[in-house]
Design a protein around this ligand. Structure first.
Ligand SMILES: NC(=O)c1ccc[n+]([C@@H]2O[C@H](COP(=O)([O-])OP(=O)(O)OC[C@H]3O[C@@H](n4cnc5c(N)ncnc54)[C@H](OP(=O)(O)O)[C@@H]3O)[C@@H](O)[C@H]2O)c1
Length: 345
C-alpha cells in the first residue's frame, strides 16, 4: 500500500509517500481500499508539532477515508452490533484513528458507515470529521433551534461549511467569520452576515449585528482570547463550543511567541458566573471519542441520510494526489481553502 508519512516536524517538505505491506482485517475489522481521504487542520498542526494527540513521528496521519470494503474480518466474539457487518464491495466512509492517508486501511467495523450510491468519493471523504464535529456541537449537544443565531468562526472551512448546512436545515441564522475573499460565496451559500476578522474585531461587530442581544451558539476553534470574546457575545441561554486552537499557529510554522500569546489569552470560567449568566461552555474533541464509536456511527448514519436526501451537500475545495500532499497542506495553512481539501491515492 501507499501512504503519506509525516516523517518529522517541519514544513510540507517533511511529507513523503512510502510503500508498505497491505494490512489484513482481524476480528471485527474491515479492510478498505481508499478512493479519497480527508485532510484536516489537525494533521497540519501535527506536522508543525502543535497537536498533542498526534502519534509519535514518523507516522501516517489521517482521520477519515472513503472507499470500498475489500476484506471482512471474522466477527469478534461479543462484538457490538455493526461489527464486521459489511459486505465486500460495500461503498463506505470510515473514521480512522490515524493512518487514513493510505490507499489501504484496516478499521474496526464500528467506525464505518455505508454511503449513498450517487455520492462521489471526494464528497464522501468530506463528510466524517467535518459533519460529525458540527453535528456533535449543534445537534447532539447544542440543540440548535429555528430562529436562533449562531456565530461560526472559519465559516468557509470544512467544519464551518458543515455547520452552515446544519444551521440552514434547522432554521438558524449564521454569522460567519472568514477571510474577506470568501465573503461573497459565503453569502450566496446562506451566511447572513460575514465578518472580516483580519480587519475587524468580531466582538463589537457581533453585538452590533444582533442589536446588543448576542448569539445563541458560538463555534470557536480559534482559541486563545477568541474563546473569551466568543463567550462575551453569547446572549442569555447561549452555548459556547471550544474545539480547536488555530490561534496557536497563525503563521506557517512553530512560533513560541504565538503559542505564549494564545495561552495567555485563554479565559477561565467561573461556575457562579456561568449560573448568573445562564451560559454554557463545552469542549469538544472528536478524537477523544473512540470509546463512543456506537454514538459516532449512529451520527454518521444520520448525517449520510441527510446527504442522500440533499439537505447536506459536502463542499470540496480541491483534490490533491498523495504525491502532492505538501501542496494540499499549504493550501489549507495559507487560508486559501473554501470547504474540504481532499487527498486521492
Ligand atoms: N475538536 C474537534 O473534534 C475538531 C474536529 C475537526 C476540526 N477541528 C478544528 O476545527 C478547525 C477547523 O478545522 P477544518 O479541518 O475544518 O479546517 P478549516 O476550517 O478548513 O481550516 C482552514 C481555514 O481556517 C481558517 N483559519 C483560521 N485561523 C487559521 C490559521 N491560524 N491558520 C490557517 N487557517 C486558519 C482559514 O480560513 P479563513 O481565513 O477564512 O478564516 C483557513 O482557510 C480547526 O481548528 C480544527 O483543528 C476540531
Amino acid at each position: 500500500m501507499r501512504q503519506i508519512w509525516t516523517t518529522k516536524r517541519g514544513g510540507p517538505e517533511v511529507l513523503e509517500v512510502r510503500e508498505a505491506a497491505d494490512p489484513t482485517a482481524g476480528p471485527g475489522e474491515v479492510r478498505i481500499r481508499v478512493k479519497a481521504a480527508g485532510l484536516n487542520f489537525a494533521e497540519i498542526m501535527a506536522r508543525i508539532g502543535l497537536y498533542p494527540d498526534a502519534p509519535k513521528l514518523p507516522t501516517v496521519m489521517g482521520y477519515e477515508v472513503a472507499g470500498v470494503v475489500d476484506q471482512v474480518g471474522p466477527r469478534a466474539e461479543g462484538a457490538p452490533a455493526g461489527a464486521a457487518a459489511f459486505a465486500v464491495g460495500a461503498r463506505v466512509v470510515a473514521l480512522t484513528r490515524f493512518g487514513g492517508h493510505s490507499d489501504t486501511i484496516v478499521v474496526p467495523a464500528t467506525q464505518v458507515a455505508e454511503i449513498p450510491a450517487a455520492l462521489s468519493w471526494e464528497k464522501a471523504a468530506a463528510v466524517p470529521v467535518n459533519y460529525a464535529t458540527a453535528w456533535l456541537m449543534l445537534v447532539h449537544l447544542g440543540n440548535v433551534r429555528s430562529g436562533e443565531t449562531v456565530l461560526v468562526h472559519a465559516a468557509a472551512g470544512g467544519v464551518g461549511q458543515a455547520a452552515l448546512q446544519i444551521c440552514k436545515w434547522k432554521g438558524a441564522t449564521v454569522i460567519g467569520t472568514a477571510s474577506p475573499g470568501k465573503h461573497a460565496r459565503l453569502k450566496e451559500l446562506g451566511v447572513a452576515h460575514c465578518i472580516d476578522y483580519t480587519k475587524d474585531d468580531f466582538e463589537p461587530a457581533v453585538m452590533a449585528l444582533t442589536n446588543g442581544q448576542g448569539v445563541d451558539i458560538a463555534l470557536d476553534a480559534v482559541g486563545g482570547k477568541s474563546f473569551a470574546k466568543s463567550y462575551n457575545v453569547l446572549g442569555s441561554l447561549g452555548r459556547l463550543f471550544m474545539f480547536g486552537g488555530s490561534a496557536f499557529a497563525p503563521g506557517a510554522g512553530l512560533n513560541p511567541f504565538s503559542i505564549a500569546k494564545a495561552f495567555m489569552g485563554l479565559p477561565t470560567f467561573k461556575p457562579f458566573k456561568l449560573m448568573e449568566a445562564n451560559k454554557g461552555v463545552f469542549g469538544v474533541n472528536l478524537g477523544h471519542l473512540w470509546d463512543k464509536t456506537a454514538t459516532l456511527q449512529g451520527m454518521l448514519k444520520e448525517i449520510l441520510l441527510k446527504v442522500e436526501d440533499g439537505t447536506f451537500d459536502p463542499v470540496v475545495d480541491q483534490v490533491f494526489s498523495f504525491a502532492d500532499a505538501g501542496r494540499a497542506h499549504e493550501r489549507m495553512k495559507s487560508r486559501q481553502n473554501f470547504g474540504k481539501v481532499v487527498l486521492v491515492p
